[in-house]
Ligand binder design. Structure first.
Ligand code: SAM
Length: 225
């Protein structure tokens, strides 16, 4: 992943290495995930005004009342998905597109859904700038999934849901892993759900997290809902 002025020699490599060190110290062990974080230029996924904070381990505003998640949350979600590079992955809540870029390095094909048009377009533009070829972004309600490309080996939901959206359960492959923050609008736990051969899904909670709400038919109602 190298684009003129963006890439290994973009002047931010030292900050990325520091971030990788911080994430390892916080318990992230998956080397493919750490390698992806060392390669993807997070600063180009955030607005100019917060670019100087791009390599802090914190969530940052990206416009439309949304945030790019904390790098530790991305790293942990990716680690929990146990990707080997061969998977077809669905991401719900593209946001900035940063996690989409990380996924593009850790999986084979990435399908991502965002409900806000401006963010979906911005993410497409940045991913194109990086020369990413294995990602597709759709504008829509991600709680419905993206059925034509299902089943998915892994599904990562990047917004807080009151429960696991049923269409996502249906679109998960047997043996697949679904990572989703579950809870109310203010506070959630990150859950890892696995689908058995009988189609039954069982979930385990991993850690407390705080995400923006998943707004949609199988999530929270929107302003008018
Ligand atoms: N991984 C992204 C990042 O770091 O940039 C996460 C962005 S933010 C925490 C969650 C995103 O989910 C927001 O961009 C929001 O618009 C989007 N979102 C919320 N409900 C959605 C839905 N039903 N379908 C698709 N996207 C949704």
């Amino acid at each position: 992943m190298v684009v003129g002025g963006v890439g290994e020699r973009d002047g931010f490599g030292g900050y990325r290495s520091q971030l990788v060190g911080e994430l390892s110290a916080k318990g992230i062990k998956d080397l493919a995930v750490l390698r992806a974080i060392s390669q993807v230029p997070r600063h180009i996924f955030v607005p100019e005004a917060v670019r100087h904070r791009a390599y802090e381990d914190s969530a940052l505003p990206i416009g439309g009342g949304q945030t790019i998640s904390q790098p530790w949350v991305h790293a942990r979600s990716l680690e929990l998905a146990r990707l080997t590079g061969r998977e077809r992955v669905l991401e719900v809540g593209t946001g900035s597109g940063y996690q989409t870029a990380l996924l593009s390095l850790c999986a084979d094909q990435v399908f991502s859904i965002e409900r806000l048009p401006a963010l979906a377009q911005q993410a497409r533009d940045v991913l194109a700038l990086l020369g990413t070829r294995n990602t597709s972004i759709m504008l829509g309600d991600g709680t419905l999934g993206w059925r034509p490309y299902s089943p998915y080996d892994a599904i990562i939901v990047s917004a807080a849901s009151p429960e696991v959206p049923q269409p996502l359960v249906e679109q998960l492959a047997p043996g697949g892993r679904l990572i989703v923050p579950l809870g109310d609008r203010d506070q959630q736990v990150l859950a890892v759900c696995t689908k058995g051969p009988d189609g039954h899904v069982s979930c385990q909670t991993v850690s407390d997290v705080r995400f923006v709400p998943l707004i949609g038919q199988f999530g929270f109602p929107g302003e008018a809902g």
